[in-house]
Design a protein around this ligand. Sequence first.
Ligand code: ZN
Length: 147
Amino acid sequence: MSESRRSDDRPAAFISEYGKPLPHPSPISRPFWEAARRHELTLQRCAACGKFIYYPRPRCPHCFSDRLEWKPVSGRGTVYSYTVARYSPTPAFKELPFVLAIVELEEGPRMTTNIVAPPEQVRIGMPVTVAFEDATPECTLVKFKPA
Ligand SMILES: [Zn+2]
């Protein structure tokens, strides 16, 4: 997800006590992360064309309207694609293996995420539901688990 750029303090802030990179909410994405802290999944919905969009942005990619509203969504979807990470690019990701996936939400948009399940249980097309991970008191990550 594209987040705000913080050139001066990024290296120190990028790796938190959580040990892994965490998002830095921007003014545009902040409602998504605040909802996640409440264990609610919300997406922007375009008031002009009615489509849900993800990732958060200032204009609808379908009709270019700026009339975007935050709406709670079901948290249900299916695995569109996935891969299994078996090697860590950094010591931070030492809990291996883990599943990186693209989940197609019931409302339409696709979200890059993790599937919280043993890799051998994951299949393309399998139903999943949102699973919130409280990484730190300030940051909750949006992941998915088998439905
Ligand atoms: Zn639109």
